[in-house]
Every structure is written in C-alpha cells, then in structure tokens.
Design a protein around this ligand. Structure first.
Ligand SMILES: [Zn+2]
Length: 455
C-alpha cells in the first residue's frame, strides 16, 4: 500500500515536472526574452534593451523594448544586464575522429559523435560542418538529426574528402573516409559517386606538409571542382601556400578552409577572392595548437577549458611527459611562424573586404571541440579584427557560406532561434562570449558548459 501511494505521488510529481518543463513555451507557445543587449550577428549596432519573441523554434519578432508588441499569454523572461548573440557556426570542424586523445576509425560511431555534438553546443556552437573525414554513417546521422532524433550542434558534412595517394591528409584513422584519385577521370567518377549523398561541401586537401608529401596536382583539383559544380556542390580547400590559394581561386574554388601561412597574401589573391566571393575560414586555433602545447598551452589552466575535458585527459595534458613529447614536435619554429603569418593574412583579407567565416578545424586530437571555437574568437580579435567582426564571422557570415539552406546565424524574424545569452558584453571584451548564461538551440534552452563542472 505504501509503495502504491508512493507510485501515485511519483506519477503526480512526474506530471507536474513535465508541465513545469513545458512551461517555458507558455500558453500560446511563445517565449519573450526582454531587456538584454542584442547583437543580431549581421554587424548592425546592438539593440540596448531588446525584445526577442520566439514561437516554436523560430524568431517571430525582434526589436527595441516598447516598439515590439508582447503577445498575450507569452512567457516573458527578464534578461536585463545580459547580452544575446546568435549561436556560433563552425565552418570547419570534424566529428567522430577522436576519443580522449586517441584517433581511431572505431571512434566514428553514433554514441561518440552524439557526445561531441552535445559538447559543441554546450560551448555555444549551434552548428558544425564536419569538413571531410567522414564515414558514410554521417549521412544517416544528419538525417536522424533533421528528424529531431539526435541532439547537440546541427551537423553538416563534406562526407568523404579528396586527398592524394600516399600524400595529404596524412595519418588519419580510417582509409575509407576519403577518396585519393590518381587521374582526373577517376576524380570525376568519385565526385559523381559522392554527389547523391548530398554533402554540404566537397573537401579537398592541397598541401605537402613542408615538402614531405606529394601534393594534389592542379588537373586533379580542377576536375573535382568542375564536376562538383556540375552537381551543384561547392568545394572548400585545405591550403597552406599562397601560390596554391591563387591557383585554386582561378580554378573556381568556393572557400579556403585554412589561412595562407607561407607568405603575405597579395593583391591577386584578394582581387580573385572578392571577384568570386570565395570565403576564408582562418582556423587560427588549429595553427596555434600545433606549437602551443610545447610551451605549456595557457588554456590548460583555464577552468572553461577544464569544464569540457575528461579528468584523465587533463592529467595527461598537464604531465611533464606530455610537455616533453610536445617539445619534440617536428618543425615547431616553422609552425609558429605559420601561425603569425595566418594572423597577419586574416587582418589583411578582412580589411580588404574578403568574406571571413568562423572555423577552427577542431575534432582531431588536441583540438578540443567547443573550446576551440571560443578561443578562435579571441585569436581573431588579437589578430586585429573587432569583436563585432569576429562575431559576424562566426554567425551570419558562416550561415552565408553554408548557403541559402542555413536559416540561422542571425537574429531576425523567421530565422531559427539559435542564440547565446551571455553574462557580459562581448563587444567590450571578446572573452565574454565564454560567460554563457544559457545556450538556446531551435528555440529551446540547453545547459551551457560553464554551468556544470564537467561534461
Ligand atoms: Zn580539417
């Protein structure tokens, strides 16, 4: 009898709990966030005391307090003193490669990818493009997610990317996650094989790892780009050298997935990128990670980093043995010089009006998902961009680079309600994007990383 009563009470409690969970949607299914400073992601000046009306998963209206009607029956949340920005879009990430610090083909599974997408989101990244080391599982995961069955950051993919036999990209876990065409005909065939999967981009690697590996030949990437465009697919290139970047722009590339890191960019590249609307994803956090651990990476002592990393991984990263091993990385000085060149080139290209989209290349070992995107914002500002430019790159410019199907990345009527509520203003200090009060995705609040000691 006692147990039965308990059961009834617990059922009642559950019903009450469910009602209270559902309550944020309000009677009319509408939530109003009022009083926050609102940065809409397009570069417009902030609205100091804003009203943001959300209906379901979409933004209904946005504007200044007093100018926007509050729908009757809506749930109103007071956010005075907070700042709202769109959730971040990472144009260059990877999922399913790493578990802990190890890269292995077996890591490409639903459980691991789900945990990674949830981590991205907890750090404020609402969308991630997995740029080209993906196994075919990615397509069903993307589909399941669109059907509301996979939580976390919204997943886009370049599917299987295009590398070089015996060349770049080196040392990856699974041989089946990329093509390595030997002839233009083979490259065209492989693009035609990829196309029915509807990848969001096609990824190619054009690099030789400081002359150590064979580089993709122009006739191969020319064939890939032409065939991709014939199939209405856009191509993003991993680049390192200025000469390759210029040749790729001439060949019709749609985006550069990294910075030019050997030489200062020149007028020819700038003019070509602007004329063809080629976007740049700088991935400064990636370049910094290649040498920073040898100097005892400053983020190892940062609680915001620690909050998303397993204790055992953290212990390894902080160990003297790891520091010693990192100091043995080949080409350390060249990698640091490449990072400096990337920073300089980002500033030049941004000043010249080239489209900059936020991205990090997070996901491989030592490039931590979620934290990397937050760090990239800071690195972009340290490179000379304004906080507003960095935010725009990671929001509306990212959505624009993704194409017309991206109905997020800006806070405007009709857009999907993906946004971050911050405790402080990132225009005053870009590091305030780390002060996450809440992360909203598809119109619903999710728990940010800072709210829990560890994920
Ligand atoms: Zn990458």
């Amino acid at each position: 009898m006692k147990i039965k009563t308990c059961g009834v009470i617990s059922t009642l409690f559950r019903v009450f709990f469910l009602i209270s969970i559902c309550a944020p949607v309000g009677i009319a299914g509408t939530v109003v966030l009022e009083g926050a400073r609102l940065i809409d992601g397009t570069g417009n000046p902030p609205i100091e005391k804003s009203v943001l009306v959300i209906e379901g998963n979409r933004i209904k209206t946005v504007g200044a307090m007093g100018s926007v009607p509050i729908p009757e029956g809506a749930r109103v949340i007071n956010l005075r003193g907070k700042t709202i920005i769109p959730a971040l879009i990472n144009l260059h990430g990877h999922v399913g490669l790493t578990r802990g610090l190890e890269q292995a083909a077996a890591n490409y599974n639903e459980e691991n990818i789900r945990a990674q997408l949830e981590k991205y989101l907890a750090y404020g990244v609402g969308t991630v493009v997995s740029l080209g080391n993906d196994q075919d599982l990615v397509y069903s995961l993307r589909e399941r997610q669109r059907a509301g069955k996979l939580p976390g950051a919204r997943l886009y993919t370049a599917g299987r990317g295009f590398g070089v036999p015996g060349g770049y990209p080196p040392g990856l876990a699974s041989p089946g996650d990329r093509y390595r065409p030997q002839t233009p005909e083979q490259a065209r065939d492989e693009v035609r094989e990829l196309a029915p999967h509807h990848p969001d981009f096609v990824k190619i690697w054009v690099d030789d790892d400081f002359g150590r590996l064979p580089k993709m030949k122009p006739e191969i990437y020319q064939a890939i780009i032409e065939e991709a465009h014939r199939n209405h697919l856009r191509v993003v290139a991993h680049v390192f050298y200025l000469c390759d970047a210029k040749a790729l722009v001439r060949a019709g590339i749609d985006g550069l997935g990294h910075s030019v890191r050997d030489l200062p960019v020149d007028q020819e590249l700038i003019a070509g990128m602007k004329a063809r609307s080629v976007f740049l994803v700088p991935t400064l956090a990636r370049d910094e990670s290649t040498f920073a651990y040898a100097k005892g990476a400053p983020w190892l002592a940062d609680p915001f980093f620690e909050a998303g990393v397993e204790p055992a991984v953290l212990a390894t990263l902080r160990s003297p043995a790891f520091l010693e091993k990192s100091r043995g990385t080949p080409n350390l000085a060249r990698l640091e010089t490449a990072f400096e060149m990337a920073r300089r080139n980002l500033k030049t290209l941004s000043d010249a009006g080239v489209k900059i989209a936020g991205g990090t290349d997070s996901g491989p070992p030592l490039r931590f998902q979620g934290y990397s995107e937050q760090r990239e914002l800071r690195l972009m500002v340290e490179a000379g961009l304004t906080p507003m430019q960095a935010i725009v790159a990671f929001t509306s410019a990212g959505a624009e680079a993704l194409g017309t199907k991206a109905e997020f990345g800006a806070l405007a009527p009709g857009k999907i309600a993906d946004f971050l509520v911050l405790d402080a203003d990132p225009l005053e200090d870009i590091r305030n994007t780390e002060k996450l009060a809440s992360v909203w995705h598809e119109g619903k609040p999710a728990k940010p990383v800072s709210a829990s000691p560890r994920l």
